[in-house]
Design a protein around this ligand. Structure first.
Ligand code: URA
Length: 284
């Protein structure tokens, strides 16, 4: 290889390493190796910031066959929702997620200028799922906040900026993943959507998931956890272990807005995200 090419690659490697180190620092995980010496899966900062595995994972955005495009599952095993009464009359009915050929536009057309629940009264606009439709990895949050309501895209405010850093710390770009919410309209005062509001809106998210077929979904916070997994326990108890949503792997973790309020939870979140990153690395 010509020397100037090697030099260019080394400079690029260094630049990427610095960027990732910065993100990890901002996530509060710069001392991962020191604090995780007994953890078999712990990765030293130097290893985390190495760009070699990252490059293998990350799709060049312009590439129509990105590395992040999912090797599709051969089967879509039926995985019935656990029988529980968490949602009462709003319980889920469909046990398995059939692969769908719907486009996101078709789903959004169906949503239309939605008035199916009262959240429509306070919203500026409906905020749809946004990102790479070939993504292997999807993030699901709760509902739009003020910034998302104004801009029409999920996770563009402070929590969204932290989410971007989390994604980048995993060695990906925001454009490589897809991001959605259980509810698409901003609840007044950013309150949690009610069970009924969530139950009315989530079928559209499920249809999008069936169309996108991500390999892993990271559910962030209690609303996403409850609505995808019908889980009674809170996020602190169930985070960090892979679960199943109708044949798709799900990692529950803290919501970035919660991390802004309690930064001490960033370390656990990072552990969860590393598991997702390692799983995606292994299955590529
Ligand atoms: N919080 C969420 O749950 N979703 C957003 O889109 C923004 C903040």
């Amino acid at each position: 290889m010509p020397q100037d090419t090697i030099a260019k690659e080394l400079i690029e490697l260094l630049r990427n390493s610095r960027e990732q180190a910065k993100f990890l620092g901002e996530l509060g995980v710069e001392n991962v190796a020191l604090d995780s010496s007994t953890d078999q899966n712990a990765v030293a900062p130097a290893a985390i910031t190495s760009t070699a595995p990252t490059a293998a994972r990350v799709a060049p955005s312009a590439n129509p066959q990105p590395a992040l495009q999912a090797p599709r599952r051969k089967t879509n095993p039926a995985s019935p929702s656990p029988a529980n009464s968490l949602f009462g009359e709003f319980a889920m009915t469909a046990p398995a997620l059939a692969k769908s050929n719907e486009t996101l536009e078709q789903i959004w057309l169906d949503i239309g200028d939605c008035t199916r629940c009262g959240l429509c009264e306070g919203r500026t606009q409906v905020v749809h799922t946004h990102g790479n439709r070939n993504a292997r990895l999807m993030f699901v949050g709760e509902a739009p906040g003020a910034d998302e309501d104004a801009q029409g895209k999920p996770f563009v405010g402070r929590a969204g900026q932290l989410l971007t850093k989390m994604i980048e710390a995993m060695g990906m770009k925001r454009e490589d993943v897809i991001i959605g919410n259980v509810n698409r309209c901003r609840p007044p005062g950013n309150r949690q959507p009610t069970l009924e509001e969530a139950a009315i809106c989530r079928p559209f998210l499920f249809r999008e998931i069936a169309a996108i077929q991500p390999e892993v979904i990271v559910v962030m916070g209690n609303t996403a956890l409850r609505n995808l997994l019908e889980e009674r326990e809170g996020i602190s108890r169930v985070r960090g272990k892979f679960r199943d949503f109708r044949g798709i792997k799900v990692m529950p973790t803290f919501h970035p807005a919660y991390l802004l309020r309690d930064p001490s939870k960033k370390r656990e979140t990072w552990e969860d995200l590393k598991m997702v990153r390692d799983y995606l690395d292994q299955t590529i």
